[in-house]
Design a protein around this ligand. Sequence first.
Ligand SMILES: C[S@@+](CC[C@H](N)C(=O)[O-])C[C@H]1O[C@@H](n2cnc3c(N)ncnc32)[C@H](O)[C@@H]1O
Length: 682
Amino acid sequence: MEVEMEMRAGEEIEIGQDITPPLPPLSSSLHHSLLSSHCSSCFSPLPPQPFAPLFTPTFPNTPSSYYCSSLCSSADSPLHVSSAEPYLLLLLQSHPSAYPNGDSSDLRAALRLLQSLPSTSPYPRLAGLLTNRHKLLHHHDHRVRDGARAMFLARKMRDESPNFSIDATIANVAPHDAVLEEAVLSLVLTNAVEVQDKTGRTLGISVYGPSFCWINHSCSPNACYRFSLMTPPTPPCWPETALLRIVPFGLSSGRATQIENGVCSNNVLAKESRGYGPRVTVRSIKRIKKGEEVTVTYTDLLQPKAMRQSELWSRYRFICSCTRCSASPLTYVDQALEEIFAVNSSSSSLILERNFNRDKATQLLSVYFDDAIDDYLSIGDPEFSCERLEHAFTQGLSDMQLDCNGETSQLRYWLHPLNYLSLNAYTTLASAYKIRATDMIALCSKMDDHLLKALNLSRTSAAYSLLLAGATHNLFRSESSLIVSVANFWTSAGESLLTLAKSSVWSEFVHRDLPVSNPCSTARYRCPKCSLIDKFEACLFYGQVQHADFDDVSSEFIDCVSNFTQNVWNILALSCQYLRLIKSPIDFSWLGTTKDSSVGEVLIRSSGTKAGSCGTERSISGSEAEGYTAQVRICIFKLGVHCLLYGGYLASICYGNSHLTCYVRNILDMEGILLNPCHEPN
Ligand SMILES: C[S@@+](CC[C@H](N)C(=O)[O-])C[C@H]1O[C@@H](n2cnc3c(N)ncnc32)[C@H](O)[C@@H]1O
């Protein structure tokens, strides 16, 4: 009988606490595209003169591993060579069709694992980890079969070296030669996680031992994880300094039994794992009761249910039945993330349509939005992308629909402001407007219309950042596991608002026409209405939040931020038609519930269908310039400080005193707002 493993809390766990020590990987590999820019051992960026592997073979004109130090090279080179990685890279370089499925990191991590694991029967677990080979092979055929074959060939080339011929080796592979490779590759696909650096950039993948890999997925998880990049030699952290607050459980026929550590004991793991490479630490983002299952997310929680389910199915072949997915009717968050409005524009007046093909509308809108966002990311024309996105936001997209009488009518679809496509678009728009502002500033050397335009562009960028943070916060109030996204979005909004308040363009403009006192030169700023600064400083000092404070801190923050926003939102939103439709980016009560039509009506009626009123910038008028007063500037500054403090506070719950918390701290430090120094961890 196959046993399904899970991890449970071994004790009561409060929110914002580490529940594992930093766990070392069993195997990790850089993404293929980063092989020549990052260290294959510790994943840090390479110096100008990187270190090559200590041992041959290296093949000319073929990607290889490089290292940041001789220590990294001597720690990793033996495994790099013995695992047959150089041969795999040679094979993929000369015969790309051997694995046409993209990045080679899965195969390289699997080769490394295969080399370091004791040889054993490939079912259903290796070193305690689920392989899922049967399930994956049944559905994924090509990825697993092609990959395993390429791994098998690489190992054969290694064994026959130096007398191998790639073509002859390929010709001699029998269909069932690569069973073990299939199992190890399936294990990697089932258990590997993407390793990210401090900025959230994905560097590669890692497979960890059961303490991490036995943690199941939930769309409303109670834990998250972070990475720390470790260079060799790093002191062993397990089991001596173990802080493992979770225990394994095996579920067999629905009956939970505590598993003996014999499957994969801590000692076995300590021996199997490498001392270096990205370590992972699991942390609670909710209070977890003793005996409760600990879960993390395997997917983006800001996607609607259907997308999460489809992603989990295509990658892992399971159907999620967590509380969020099983809720009937859909949770508020899942309703909002997929909400679309339709109007019948064939009739003379705009009528909100109740019966329309939602899947078709979603498809139409997602193709349009994804395309506009991809265009921005790949071609990088920010102005065109802003125009496209805002056009769809304000004018909707048209489609023909066949009704039950066989007659066609014209429908127009609008996105709900909290729809996941809207959230993705806000991120793109904040970034695109920021780039446009920077480009505009570079164009002009002295105070003129261009400088004012640049200030308007950064104002719109800050407004979109604030809208993204506020919109996600609205969802976070119903789904607390969104804390990780919210922490990042409040931090970005704070940074963007502070940059706007401190803009030298604004200074020039204000000095000439509307002199303001410089908010940045004022002495240490403290908000008289909330204790956010003290709470954030306490987090920095104690390394964790005082959990009893959490709800109070959040509601104090929202009170303050709502007040500031009331004073400045009209000005932040002034240049953009879509933003002007958003009555408040913090308090979304103007939206009504997703069941009633008020938000649809607000959007549709306010946008109208007048020709030429597409959601692009208005020309700069005198009244717009009047918005830039000293009071507004100071209010934007205070709003930015609050957003940063709250973002930092939430980040300390999710990551402890890690880079994001310190990043916030450093920005606030420069403004003379905080007291205590921060020691950034690795
Ligand atoms: C990283 S492993 C997690 C530990 C796994 N349960 C085990 O027994 O080793 C990932 C696999 O666990 C299973 N799994 C994880 N979360 C699940 C969930 N919410 N529902 C069903 N299966 C899940 C799936 O088979 C998935 O491919």
